[in-house]
Design a protein around this ligand. Structure first.
Ligand code: CP
Length: 311
C-alpha cells in the first residue's frame, strides 16, 4: 500500500499548477495526469494521504453533485471538510467574498473549492488566499472538474480520449460545462461540434456548429446534452420549450438515430422531458451516473495533485 502511495505521489509532483481555475490553462499532459491519478485513487485511499489537511467547500451557488463529491473526495483521502451555507453565513450581513474566504482560511485550510455565479470569482480569490483554489463552476465561464470527470468517463467507456467526435448539445451560451469540455476535448485531439439554436451558440467559440441534431446523433461517438438554463435565459432566445424539444430534445424517437456505440452524457441536473427524455437518460447508452461516480475520484485526484505539485 505504501509503495502504491509513494509511486503515485511521485507522479503527482509533475503537476505545476498552484490552483485549478479552468481547463483552458491545462496542457494535454496535465489532463492525462489527472485522469491517471483519478484511476489510481482507490489504491491509496487506505493510506489517508491528505490526513491533517482541510478543504473549504465555498459554494455560494447551489450544487448537489460537485459539492457532495468534493466532500466525499476529501474525506476519502483523510482530509477534513468545512462546509459553507451562504444563507446562514455573514455574507447575508454584507461580509465580502474576500473577507469570508480569508476568515475561514485563517482557521487552517489547504484547499478552497469555490462555486459562484460571477465568472472570474475563482481567479479573483486565487490572488487573495494562500490555499489552493479549485473552480467548482463560475458563471458561464468554466467548470474544470466536471470536464475532467467527463473525459475520464469517455476514456473508460470508449477506450480512448483522442480522435473522438463529440457533440455538445443545447444551451452552449450559458454553459460553463460546454466551455471546459470544449477546451479539454480539443486539447486532447477530439473533434467537437456545437449543436443548438443559433441564439444559444456564441459565435466566438472556436468549433463547428450546426442546428441539425439528427445528423449529429448519426455522426458522433459522444452526445452530451446540456441543461437548458431557464434561470439564466433572456426573453426571445428560443420561441417555446415545446419548440425547443422538437428541434433539440433527445427524445425517445431520436434514440434510434444514434450510431452503434455512441454514449449519452449529461452533467446534471437534468430537465427530464426538456433537453433529454426519461427514456434517453435511463437507456443503456446513458453514462450519466458513471459521470457522477467518477466525480469523486477526479476531485480526489485534483486535491492530491494540488497537495504535491504547484510552482
Ligand atoms: N454538474 C454539476 O455541476 O452539478 P451540480 O450543480 O449538482 O454540482
Amino acid at each position: 500500500m505504501a509503495m502504491a502511495l509513494d509511486a503515485l505521489l511521485k507522479r503527482c509532483r509533475a503537476w505545476k499548477h498552484s490552483h485549478l481555475l479552468g481547463t483552458k490553462d491545462l496542457s494535454r499532459e496535465d489532463i492525462s495526469l489527472v485522469l491517471d491519478v483519478a484511476e489510481a485513487i482507490p489504491s491509496v485511499r487506505a493510506s489517508a494521504p491528505l490526513k491533517g489537511r482541510r478543504l473549504f467547500n465555498f459554494f455560494v451557488e447551489p450544487s448537489t453533485r460537485t459539492r457532495t463529491s468534493f466532500s466525499l473526495a476529501a474525506r476519502s483521502l483523510g482530509a477534513d471538510v468545512v462546509d459553507f451555507s451562504p444563507s446562514n453565513s455573514s455574507l447575508t450581513k454584507g461580509e465580502s467574498l474576500k473577507d469570508t474566504a480569508r476568515t475561514i482560511e485563517s482557521m487552517g485550510v489547504a484547499f478552497t473549492a469555490i462555486r459562484h455565479s460571477a465568472s472570474g470569482a475563482p481567479m479573483f480569490l486565487s490572488r487573495l488566499v494562500k490555499s489552493a483554489v479549485i473552480n467548482g463552476g463560475d458563471g458561464a465561464n468554466e467548470h474544470p472538474t466536471q470536464a475532467l470527470l467527463d473525459l475520464l468517463t469517455m476514456r473508460q467507456r470508449l477506450g480512448k480520449i483522442t480522435g473522438l467526435k463529440v457533440a455538445l448539445v443545447g444551451d452552449i451560451a450559458h454553459s460553463r460545462v460546454a466551455r471546459s469540455n470544449l477546451w479539454a476535448l480539443q486539447k486532447m485531439g477530439n473533434e467537437v461540434t456545437l449543436v443548438g439554436p443559433s441564439t444559444l451558440i456564441p459565435r466566438d467559440l472556436p468549433a463547428r456548429s450546426t442546428q441539425d441534431l439528427d445528423a449529429a446523433l448519426r455522426e458522433n461517438d459522444v452526445v452530451m446534452m446540456l441543461r437548458l438554463q431557464l434561470e439564466r435565459q433572456q426573453a426571445g432566445l428560443f420561441p417555446s420549450t415545446s419548440e425547443y424539444v422538437r428541434f433539440f430534445g433527445l427524445t425517445r424517437e431520436r434514440l434510434g438515430l444514434l450510431k452503434n456505440g455512441t454514449i449519452i452524457m449529461h452533467p446534471g441536473p437534468m430537465n427530464r422531458g426538456l433537453e433529454i427524455s426519461g427514456e434517453a437518460a435511463d437507456s443503456d447508452r446513458s453514462v450519466i451516473l458513471n459521470q457522477v461516480s467518477n466525480g469523486v475520484d477526479v476531485r480526489a485526484a485534483v486535491l492530491l495533485l494540488l497537495s504535491q505539485g504547484g510552482t
